[in-house]
Design a protein around this ligand. Structure first.
Ligand SMILES: Cc1ncc(COP(=O)(O)O)c(C=O)c1O
Length: 394
């Protein structure tokens, strides 16, 4: 039986798969034939979880920590996250305002569920993280996709807020550093955006999941340092290297604590227990030293790949200052045989054994002419990937 033969909800019909899944399936098929594929499409660190976190997880299991916790998470973990805000950003937060969730994904679902009514809208960047508009649709809301370009570093501006906000808009959701562009909002940008959203009496939401993975002299200020009423999403997935543990958090204004507790109880009962105990080791000095080493490695890879891609003829119009992505204009490589980023991605995969993500996964703006490269492989593999692509054009 096919999906067309069964009744599924309208909301589910609107939720689309990632195009990169086709690429991934094709990559797997090629690998099964014995081909060596370089995966630059993967949106998670190649490093495994730092050892102190793994040991804390093992100890928790051995200690029988296998039951539900409170819906909002272990008080001791919420305290530790609050401590992280104090230590890292100098921001004092009540642990009560921290909701521990199953990944940032759980945080996004809770947030949309709590503040987005049917047909109300959320302003998002296009290109941007694709699941956001699907979360909005899942709660019967809508996304207003705001086209952004390198001119604004692929971020929303206060002007965009004025232009795209209407009576149905409930909130603006930004990410800094952003996926797929790696762009980082400065302190001044954050201030201007927060003020613009406040002027509309809307909710200002910042996804800080790539915080910690920031390079050069880029801003590492949390939106909470600027706007105590902001909603901030974060996760143990990326910087802390815990994608598979499914653990994130959401910081909410005081008045939202009861609704978040109710929603978390009903939707998830609780975030994963073993992961929470493991995450208690995430802020230990030993772990932070490992994470800083990895950040430096990511920074070196970024330099290496940026230089190699530019030399190859790809145009990176705005400097990616964070995350582990480079979003490049591939127009130079488009022709009759490969007229867009999707066909070009397939061609590179089939002929060069290099998997990348076509722009179509991130929205419509520039989708046909952009490709996302993830530097979640070591530098020698990154250079080999670029060399294999270059060889196709000799
Ligand atoms: C911008 C952004 N937000 C949220 C997520 C979800 O992350 P997780 O649920 O693993 O914490 C991702 C994952 O790639 C992302 O790129």
């Amino acid at each position: 039986m096919q999906e067309d033969d069964v009744k599924i909800s309208q909301r589910a019909k609107h939720i689309l798969p990632f195009h990169v899944m086709d690429i991934l399936a094709q990559a797997k098929a090629l690998e099964a034939q014995g081909r060596d594929i370089i995966h630059l499409e993967v949106g998670e660190p190649d490093f495994s979880t730092p050892e102190p976190i793994i040991q804390a997880g093992i100890a928790a299991l051995k200690d029988g920590k296998t039951h539900y916790t409170r819906a909002m998470g272990l008080p001791v973990l919420r305290q530790a996250i609050a401590g992280w805000y104090q230590m890292h950003y100098g921001v004092t937060l009540s642990p009560e305002r921290i909701v521990v969730t199953p990944g940032a994904s759980g945080a996004l679902l809770l947030l949309m569920g709590a503040v987005l009514d049917r047909d109300k809208t959320v302003l998002l960047t296009d290109p941007g993280y694709p699941c956001n508009r699907h979360f909005a649709r899942f709660v019967e809301g809508q996304a207003t996709m705001v086209p952004v370009t390198a001119d604004s570093d692929y971020q929303l501006t206060a002007k965009d807020i004025d232009k795209y906000w209407d009576d149905d808009t409930a909130m603006a959701l930004l990410a800094s550093p952003a996926n797929p562009t790696g762009s980082v909002l400065s302190c001044d940008d954050l201030k201007a955006l927060s003020a613009a959203v406040k002027a509309k009496r809307g909710y200002f939401v910042v996804d800080e999941i790539y915080h910690g993975l920031v390079y050069g002299h880029s801003n590492t200020t949390t939106a909470l340092a600027i706007d105590d009423e902001a909603f901030v999403i974060n996760s143990f997935s990326k910087f802390f290297g815990m994608t598979g543990w499914r653990l994130g958090w959401l910081v909410v204004p005081e008045a939202f604590i009861p609704v978040m507790d109710r929603l978390a109880q009903n939707l998830f009962i609780a975030p994963p227990t073993v992961s929470q105990y493991a995450a208690l080791a995430a802020f230990d000095p030993d772990t932070l030293a490992i994470l800083e080493e990895r950040r430096v490695i990511f920074e070196q890879r970024r330099e290496t790949l940026l230089r190699a891609l530019t030399a190859l003829g790809l145009d990176v119009k705005a400097s990616p200052a964070g995350a582990f992505y480079i979003y490049a204009d591939c127009q130079h490589f488009l022709n009759e045989a490969q007229p867009d980023s999707m066909s070009l991605s397939r061609y590179w995969l089939e002929e060069a054994g290099v998997a990348v993500t076509p722009g179509y996964d991130f929205g419509e703006t520039g989708a046909d002419t952009h490709i996302r490269f993830a530097y979640t492989r070591d530098s020698s593999r990154l250079l080999e990937a670029v060399e294999r692509i270059a060889a196709l054009y000799r």
